[in-house]
Every structure is written in C-alpha cells, then in structure tokens.
Design a protein around this ligand. Structure first.
Ligand SMILES: [Zn+2]
Length: 332
C-alpha cells in the first residue's frame, strides 16, 4: 500500500502547488472566516502588543504569505530585504520593559510606475488574570479590533498578488504594537520609508476595525478623503446598498498618522466604534463577515478608479496637530 500512499501524496502536493486561488464570494468569505477563527482565538490570548502572542499571530500571517508564494502568486519581500518580519525593540511604557515587536511586510511588484501602501495592525490589548490558580483569564480577543482589518488585508493581498489591479505596486503591512502607541507604522515611516527603493508612493490605505458593518446603520466610514485632490470624488457615496460616510481627515489614533506626516494621502476604512470596543465582548460572534468582504471589494473598486496624476497631496487644517502627535511617538 505504501507506494500508493506516496503517489497520492505527490499528487496532492502538486495539485496544491499549481491550483489557482478561487475568488468567488463564497470562497473569499470562507477564507476570511477561517483567518478570523485563528486570529481571534483564545489561544492567542488577545495578541497583546510586543508579546509572544503578538509574535504567534505574526507567525500565522507569515505562513499565509508563504502559502501564497507556493501558489505562484506575485508576492515577495521588500526590495533589499530577505524577510517578511521586521522585528525591533521598543520601550514599553505600560510595563517599563524593553520588549520586542514586529511588522510583517510584503511587496507586490507589478513593474508599475507608482506604489500604494496598505496596512492594518494585528496586535490587540491582551488579557487580564482573573484567577491564575484556576487558569482563568479575561481575554480580549479583539475580533473587530483589529483581527477584522488583518483578515481583510490578508484576503485583499491574495487578490492583488494574483495579478489583479496591476496598475500599481503594493506594499502590504501588518503593523505590530499599534495599541500602545502606533509603534509599528512609526517604525516603518522612520526606518524603512526614507530609504525604500520602490516607485513613488501615492497613497496609504488603512484598515482599522472593519468587522462591524451594520451595527448601527448600514454605513462604512472612510476618513482622509480631503488628503488629496479628487479623492473625495473617487470614493463613491454608495456602494451596493451601503452608504459611504466620507470624512476629510482622522484624528491621529491609527496607523495613517505617520504617512500623513510624510505628505502621503490616505484613506482609512472603518465600520466605527461599537460598544464592544476594547471589551472582552469584541468576539467573532459579532463579526459581519459579509461586511469585511464588502470593504475589500470597495477597496478594489477604488483602486480601479484611481488616477495617480490627479492624486496631489493636500495639507489640511489638522496637519499641525497630527504632526505633534507623531513627534511624541518618535521620542523614544
Ligand atoms: Zn485598532
């Protein structure tokens, strides 16, 4: 029997290597659910910033990127680097330790004249010990904040790396340690962005909490529509039956902040702050998976409509405030 088992194994591996990824709505949603089940699971203990659990969540993301590579997708490391994981040490003001955190960054090179960065933070706020003798914990699984953005970005990455929307190159960023001070994106802007060897970056897209579509009304908010000329016109007022709430700019409380400070326009997608925000009730059972897929498809629609020539960065009134914010994060 053994040779037959070997043959079956070889066949399976080959099928796996060369099969195309399917992008039917159903298949996309199944992958989104699968990713969410892993990233919001109790075993990741709330993916605390700069913890071994954040690192473990990062392992899952890297594994998914490697799987894409084995499907001959157009996904790679950033030029001049040989890893997806960019680890660095931070001074953690919550516990006064020097802790290690990491960004997970990939590059989709379409030989295009312009580059777009898309990011989502994958950390969350961790857990509290309820009764350690009984092994009881209160775990903040952060399904909406921000496993939703992370799984959305993973699925968008699968699509973009399968030679869709090839008018741009894409830098895909999963940020670490957002919750304790936007460290991951600040590290990228400070250490990587100044020397990066890619065609001009024209836009940053941020996913932070995209899992609660419909918790109030059927509204998706997109911040940053005044950060470049014409962005407001490119973003539709409605998509399918969902109203798009277009807001000119956002407070510096997510990872768009340092990009704006570096004169890069941004669009920041979010379904808003539901009551479960930063509570142990932010769980998978409240996630609107259709809403995540909707957000991805809207992003793909907007990417198909962009005209880089018209995307002129625009300074707006809040700029000074945002700039002050980022200076704080850079202090350490
Ligand atoms: Zn968040």
């Amino acid at each position: 029997m053994k040779p037959i088992i070997n043959l079956i194994l070889v066949l399976c591996i080959n099928i796996n290597l060369f099969s195309q990824i399917s992008f039917t709505n159903n298949d996309r949603q199944q992958r989104i659910i699968r990713d969410m089940k892993v990233l919001s699971h109790d075993t990741l203990m709330g993916r605390k910033s700069a913890s071994k659990y954040e690192w473990k969540a990062g392992n899952y993301i890297i594994n998914e990127l490697n799987k894409l590579k084995s499907h001959q997708s157009n996904i790679n490391f950033l030029p001049a680097y040989d890893t997806y994981r960019f680890a660095f040490t931070i001074k953690n003001y919550e516990n006064n330790n020097k802790d290690t955190t990491a960004d997970i960054i990939a590059y989709i090179d379409n030989n295009a004249p312009y580059t777009i960065i898309i990011g989502a933070h994958y950390d969350h706020v961790g857990y509290e010990i309820y009764d350690s003798t009984k092994g009881q914990y209160l775990i903040y699984n952060g399904a909406d904040d921000n496993a939703s953005g992370t799984v959305g970005l993973l699925e968008l990455t699968r699509h973009l790396s399968n030679k869709f929307l090839t008018n741009y190159n894409y830098i895909i960023c999963f940020w670490g340690s957002e919750e304790i001070g936007l460290y991951g994106s600040a590290y990228f802007c400070q250490k990587i962005l100044p020397n990066i060897n890619v065609p001009p970056i024209i836009l940053y897209i941020n996913y932070d909490m995209i899992g609660s579509l419909g918790y109030k009304k059927n509204i998706l908010t997109i911040y940053g529509t005044a950060t470049a000329n014409n962005l407001k016109d490119i973003v539709p007022n409605y998509y399918d039956s969902v109203k798009i709430n277009k807001l000119p700019t956002a407070f510096p409380f997510s990872d768009h902040t340092c990009f704006y400070a570096n004169n890069i326009p941004y669009l920041y997608f979010t379904t808003g702050l539901p009551k479960t925000y930063h509570t142990i009730k932010d769980e998978i059972n409240l996630i609107n998976f259709n809403g995540i897929l909707f957000t991805i498809k809207l992003t793909e629609h907007i990417l198909s409509q962009l005209n880089p020539q018209e995307l002129q960065f625009k300074k707006i009134k809040l700029h000074h405030y945002i700039h002050t914010g980022i200076a704080l994060y850079f202090k350490s």
